[in-house]
Design a protein around this ligand. Structure first.
Ligand SMILES: *Cc1c(COP(=O)(O)O)cnc(C)c1O
Length: 421
């Protein structure tokens, strides 16, 4: 459920008309709903009630400072995957003890930043990383809390670009080698082993792959404890999917997920961390765009928008579906016709939807892409020299620009011309 609904024929974000935001900031833009962000965070928090737990929002999904502050104030921790994200989390007011650091390629510099600034744990993904972490911690006179990310070799049954839990993926250490790697970690004085980490992929629409992976983690917990390791924390990753296509999807709810976690891992008396990103931010955001032209082609019509693949890359990158709805509610029973919805960027990949059934639209009309709050603004680029589009946060009847649109000069002046020119 989200807070983007029609009222008297106009699309609202909470209590603000989307058309009013468009008039104030211009199109295209992203708009996020505070109530939806908080609702999704709380669904996870409540799903794990009764277990010692921390919901660490995977901030790569949407890392705007205002989004982070909103969630942090509600009690969220953060899952970061770079030094930049670590700094963003800290700048938004998240204390180090609520930040977990994931990622296969943490540099020495990033590790040092997190150790000096304070960190809940590093989710270590390889033996070379383990050695660097140990050395860096000792050089700073610190001990780094670590979990080791195991790769359970489970097929998450999701898009290949976002599956991470198969043995051919670059993530984690093979679960079969876990005992050996934990033994090495325990022998390193700069590390304190606190638990196990697993993350099998993103946009999962079935709980079964999770259950398979978590049963393997439960078994491994027993084995490692018998080897003398103190396994007190399990980081279960993120990845729960959202219904991008409202009309034909029914992914599991956070409450179903929580019940499955309790079933598979509840008996171990571990502190549980989860790292949802998409499910918290995805349906909390729209991308709003204006129709520039309606073009009739040969046997095919095109709706040409001012938003493009550089603003929202998911359709081009993952063949993703986004519901696209007019900001002015179409009259009941209006006839829909198939049309290709495209942006102005000079490649055919800049296509949001092919032969989508849409009500009649004309130049100047506004449309909204639903479920654009996660992996939208954060993956945007300036391809075709299109400045990054602004982000707006709604809270009840208020809205604020939380990242403004840069001017053309700002964009151009980041380049420098060498003196020989
Ligand atoms: C991307 C990622 C997540 C979040 O995945 P979502 O599908 O957005 O929930 C969580 N943990 C790790 C380690 C990730 O890389």
């Amino acid at each position: 459920m989200d807070h983007f609904l029609y009222r008297d024929g106009a699309l609202f974000a909470e209590d603000v008309a989307v058309a009013d935001i468009a008039a104030a900031v211009g199109t295209p833009f992203y708009v996020y709903s505070t109530a939806t962000l908080l609702r999704h965070f709380r669904l996870f928090d409540e799903a794990l009630e009764g277990m010692d737990h921390l919901v660490c929002y995977a901030m790569k999904a949407n890392s705007n400072q205002a989004v982070l502050r909103t969630l942090a104030q509600a009690g969220a921790g953060m899952d970061v995957v770079s030094g930049g994200e670590y700094r963003r989390a800290r700048a938004a007011g998240v204390p180090g003890e609520r930040i977990v650091f994931s990622g296969v390629g943490k540099t020495r510099e990033e590790i040092r930043t997190a150790l000096e600034g304070g960190i809940r744990q590093f989710n270590v993904e390889s033996e070379p990383e383990m050695a660097v972490l140990d050395a860096t911690a000792r050089a700073l006179g610190k001990v780094a809390p670590v979990t080791i990310r195991v790769n359970p070799d489970v097929d998450a049954k999701t898009h290949a670009k976002i599956a991470t839990g198969k043995s051919e993926n670059k993530f984690g250490i093979p679960i079969a080698r876990a005992r050996e790697v934990y033994r090495m970690a325990a022998a390193m004085p700069g590390l304190e082993v606190v638990g196990i980490d697993v993350h099998i992929g993103s946009q999962l629409t079935d709980l079964e792959p999770y259950a398979v992976a978590y049963r393997k983690v439960a078994e491994l917990t027993g084995v490692l404890r018998a080897d003398g390791h103190e396994i007190r924390r399990l980081d279960l990753g993120g990845g729960l999917g959202i219904p991008y296509e409202r009309s034909n999807a029914d992914p599991p709810l956070p409450s179903d997920y929580g019940a499955m976690v309790k079933r598979t891992l509840g008996h171990l008396d571990c502190e549980i961390e989860i790292e949802p990103g998409r499910l918290i931010a995805g349906n909390a955001g729209l991308m709003v765009s204006e129709v520039i032209y309606v073009k009739s082609g040969e046997g095919r019509d095109f709706l040409i928008l001012d938003g493009a693949m550089n603003d929202l890359i998911r359709p081009a990158m993952y063949d993703a579906w986004h519901d696209i709805i007019p900001v002015a509610e179409p009259a009941a029973g209006v006839e829909r016709a198939p049309i290709d919805v495209v942006g102005p960027v000079c490649e055919s990949g800049d296509t949001f939807a092919r032969q989508r059934m849409m009500p009649p639209l004309a130049a100047g009309d506004l449309v909204a892409f639903r479920s654009a709050g996660a992996y939208g603004a954060v993956m945007a680029s300036e391809y075709n020299s299109r400045p990054l589009i602004p982000e707006v946060l709604v809270h009840g009847d208020q809205f604020a620009v939380i990242r403004r649109r840069p001017s053309f000069d700002e964009m151009i002046n980041r380049d420098t011309i060498p003196e020989w020119l």
